[in-house]
Write a protein of this length. Structure first.
Length: 403
């Protein structure tokens, strides 16, 4: 057993002698995310217009409410008049009885005083369920929440229309969890709050039109150890809760509308976080050229955010690509003891793919991604797999503007 252990340790020692240690460098740099859709660049302004569809719902609710009030009043008036007639009949009978009683008394005839009249219950005005109207939104608040990045507010450019629909299908859901002393009654408020977003351009007309959030969503509420505690709370707070909930979910919806708008049309300043690889100090080979290429790579990336088409960064990126490719000329993926073996080769391929993405050459980026994917080096194959979705997304955005 000792011999086997010694042999394993020996092999591990030999392997480590010829194994370069990769430096996983976390690199962050700013960039301008290109939108999926291209507005003619001659238009640099936009305006936000607001439609208040929820006001129509308020008007409809008021119409229905007033109709119910009117119907209830008419029904009550009929019932009340009928009651008055019944009361008159009873009063007339009683008064006639009292008149006869009084005449008997005045004539000295023994008489029994009539009993006081008993009336039927008077009608009660029916209770009409109180309506809940949608609160008013200010156009300025909406236009401040919806900002198209990369453009200035003004006339003559694109028009962004936001139509706020009424909240509907509001329903509080109760769920019992736990047991015994740990029993809880959890509550959430379900709702649907559609918001329509329309984007128009002077030359392209309507470029985007979609009703967003037309599905059930949940608003979290407090939990209670007893459902009756919730019922007590609801007696005093439910009306305020609905108002607060409406305000919160509208704010959340507008934030999401702003994100969708800018994802489709805006030029948003973002931060890219990725890994750029180099080699740690290695006793058998000199890797100063790799370290230099890595340093130049990080410097080149600092220029990416200076313009949308990366024109400022491209010369620096080309210079760095040449450095990495120069190192790749030594690539020997068969000999693991080589200075630029399969591991270093796949490492450089991943770095090159990232560089090509940021100069807009996605065909070359894809070539180096595929090389890394098929390198057989697990670390960089995994890296390439992680990057694929992001690179594909960047390609779609780039080609919408520069293809």
């Amino acid at each position: 057993m000792k011999k086997i252990t010694i042999l394993l340790l020996a092999f591990m020692t030999i392997g480590s002698t010829f194994s370069q240690n990769i430096d996983d460098n976390k690199v962050n740099f700013p960039y301008i995310q290109l939108p999926y859709k291209r507005i003619n660049p001659v238009f640099t302004t936009y305006e936000v217009r607001v439609n208040h569809s929820y006001k129509n719902a308020n008007n409809d609710s008021l119409t229905v409410y007033n109709a119910r009030k009117e119907a209830a009043q008419k029904a009550y008036d009929v019932q009340y008049n009928t009651w008055l007639e019944q009361k008159k009949v009873i009063d007339r009978t009683y008064l006639n009885q009292m008149a006869q009683y009084e005449k008997n008394v005045n004539s000295g005839v023994a008489a029994t005083i009539p009993t006081n009249p008993v009336y039927p219950p008077a009608p009660v005005y029916p209770t009409i369920e109180k309506i809940r109207l949608h609160s008013e939104l200010n156009d300025t608040d909406i236009s401040n929440a919806v900002v198209l990045q990369g453009y200035e507010k003004g006339l003559g450019g694109s028009i962004v229309t936001v139509d706020i629909h009424p909240i509907r299908s509001v329903k509080i859901i109760e769920t019992k969890t736990g047991s015994g002393a740990s029993t809880k009654y959890e509550y959430k408020c379900q709702y649907i709050l559609p918001v329509e977003l329309i984007v128009e351009s002077p030359t392209d007309g309507q470029m985007y039109k979609k009703i967003l959030f037309d599905n059930i969503q949940n608003y979290t509420m407090k939990s209670y150890p007893s459902k009756y505690e919730y019922m007590v709370w609801a007696m005093d707070n439910l009306e305020k809760f609905y108002n607060d909930m409406e305000r919160d979910v509208r704010k959340s919806a507008l934030n999401e509308v702003n994100s969708i708008l800018n994802n489709q049309f805006g030029f948003v300043k973002m931060t890219r976080g990725t890994e750029i690889y180099s080699v740690k100090k290695y006793k058998d080979y000199e890797y100063s050229d790799v370290i230099t290429a890595y340093t130049l790579t990080t410097q080149a990336f600092t220029n990416v955010a200076k313009d949308r088409n990366r024109a400022t960064a491209s010369p620096k990126i080309d210079e760095v690509i040449a450095k990495w490719k120069g190192i790749l000329q030594e690539s020997n993926t068969i000999d693991e003891k080589a200075r630029v073996n399969d591991k270093i080769t796949a490492m450089i391929q991943c770095n090159l793919a990232e560089l090509y993405v940021w100069k807009g050459d996605f065909d070359q980026a894809e070539i180096y991604m595929n090389l890394a994917l098929n390198s057989g080096v697990m670390k960089f194959r995994n890296h390439a797999e992680r990057m694929q979705a992001y690179y594909n997304d960047q390609r779609v955005r780039w080609e919408a503007h520069y293809n």
